[in-house]
Design a binder for this molecule. Structure first.
Ligand SMILES: [Zn+2]
Length: 498
């Protein structure tokens, strides 16, 4: 059935906008006229925008995190312990106390909790507090005692002078405790994906790319297919971890035939860590000392990139520090077409690196909302001056780099309007409102290789969101309506969250 949405106003200039959508969900007219349609919806002067595209987030993890203790806003060790104590008092399904958004950089002295301090609040339960960066965690003494802490192959199990683990686990060493957790079933994962899709749709997001894969890949793909079949209100693109794709010899094309709603987008690789955990690989030292760590030696990254490139995948590489990004650019330079591949984050960039990104045609995915949530951590780890030069959006746009915005939720709450606002308020690299919205719609879609939505142009899919008030004047509004490919839904209350 064709559909005409009438009396909308176009987001860029407020001009009168009617949208005619054909039976296959594509835009067949956009403008002031009213072509005939089988059905009609009066949008009553609301503002219409393309749906947001979040080209780097963690859909499944977002859904699973909705069930964990959220430590957002805890600015002292005592504050964290109080929340943990409350949670420990109620019975937990798996017998583990799991929390997210722990952030020691908010404490006055920046010192981590210790395993023994945490133990005092956990009522005998094993407990893990995941750092807000996702690159570190704190385990209590019970969890540390359950874990095998002798086989740290990579990352770091931090120890005191006597060699006893302090409870702080960095990067891959976090697996020592996370591997002990009961795994979610396929059905639980599907439920989590549905919950996350609903939350994201409530923020006006119509397409999202899930970066990486932490559970069994076949189970995970089953869960995504199941969630899509059950009507998840989100287009989903999956970028499983390189090692899962190439070490298990899974035939992804067979496991997941591509569709406009759900398909494999590429593979994910990590080149370094994060600034908050001082594990990003930088040239200049962190204020806490050290220059971070590369995930692999350059030759190994090169080898992995070559294998993925030869198998025809688009490669998305996590790289935050400038030292890491040079290694990544070296590896991508050897691919057949570097413009098919992406750097995720690229937080610290020199002018020379931007010029090299342009010359190679490599794409960049950035998360402006980080500047809102982690400003305090960046200043602490890098000093004010270096922190003010992170995420060089203005320079990348001026240089003509293929750039797209994303959130990395659940690392941050992930409301695109918060990212857009931060990009327009960047201390040294501010961009205009229209540019920021464009990067969170068309720009992000292009990075996922989706050319058939993101602009509401003719013959594109009619993925859109609608606001009663002009979002240009309302900093973080929630959409009144989100629609795409035959799925139209009033968003839940999540959309209005600040
Ligand atoms: Zn991520």
């Amino acid at each position: 059935m064709s559909h005409l949405f009438t009396s909308a106003r176009w987001w860029r200039d407020g001009s009168s906008c009617n949208l005619h959508v054909s039976t296959d969900g594509k835009v067949t007219y956009r403008g002031p006229d009213e072509p005939f349609a089988d059905d009609e919806t009066d949008l009553q002067g609301a503002f219409i925008l393309p749906g947001f595209v979040d080209c780097h987030c963690h859909i499944l993890a977002t859904g699973l995190d909705l069930q964990k203790l959220d430590l957002t806003g805890c600015a002292s060790r005592e504050g964290v312990l109080d929340r943990v104590r409350e949670r420990a008092a109620v019975t937990l399904e798996y017998g583990w106390l799991l929390a997210v958004q722990y952030d020691q950089t908010r404490f006055e002295d920046g010192r981590h909790l210790t395993a023994d301090e945490l133990e005092t609040a956990t009522n005998g339960l094993p407990a893990i507090l995941r750092h807000t960066s996702g690159h570190a965690c704190i385990a209590n003494r019970t969890a540390v005692d359950l874990a095998d802490t002798s086989d740290e192959k990579s990352g770091e199990i931090v120890r005191d002078e006597a060699g006893i683990p302090t409870g702080v686990l960095l990067e891959k060493a976090m697996q020592a405790v996370y591997r002990l957790l009961p795994k979610p079933t396929r059905q639980e994962m599907s439920d989590a994906i549905l919950a996350a899709a609903q939350r994201m749709s409530g923020m006006g997001i119509t397409s999202a790319a899930d970066m990486g894969s932490t559970h069994d890949l076949e189970d995970q793909i089953w869960a995504y297919r199941n969630a899509a079949e059950r009507g998840a209100r989100l287009r989903m693109r999956l970028y499983p971890n390189w090692s899962q794709v190439f070490k298990s010899k899974i035939d992804l094309a067979e496991l997941l035939p591509p569709s406009p709603m759900l398909r494999i987008g590429g593979v994910k690789l990590y080149a370094d860590g994060a600034i908050g955990a001082a594990t990003a690989a930088t040239y200049e030292e962190f204020t806490v000392g050290g220059t971070g760590q590369l995930m692999y030696p350059a030759e190994e990254l090169q080898r992995r990139v070559s294998i993925a490139d030869e198998a025809g995948y688009s490669i998305a590489i996590h790289s935050i520090g400038d030292r890491s990004t040079d290694v990544v650019l070296d590896a991508l330079a050897s691919t057949r077409d570097p413009s098919r591949h992406r750097i995720e984050h690229a937080m610290i960039l020199s002018d020379a690196q931007i010029a090299r990104i342009v010359a190679l045609g490599v794409c960049v995915s950035m998360q402006p909302e980080f500047l809102l949530r982690f400003d305090h951590a960046y200043k602490r780890q890098l000093g004010d001056e270096r922190a003010s030069r992170l995420k060089r959006v203005r320079s990348l746009l001026d240089a003509g780099v293929a750039l797209g915005f994303s959130s990395d939720t659940p690392i941050v709450p992930g409301n695109p309007w918060d990212g857009i606002r931060m990009a327009t308020e960047h201390p040294t690299e501010a961009i205009a409102y229209d540019e920021a919205v464009d990067l969170y719609t068309r720009g992000a879609a292009a990075l996922d290789d989706d050319e058939d939505f993101g602009r509401l142009d003719l013959m594109q899919f009619a993925d859109f969101q609608v606001y009663a008030e002009n979002p240009r004047e309302q900093p973080s509004p929630g959409p009144r309506l989100v629609a795409f490919e035959g799925i139209t839904a009033a968003p839940s209350s999540h959309g209005a969250e600040a």
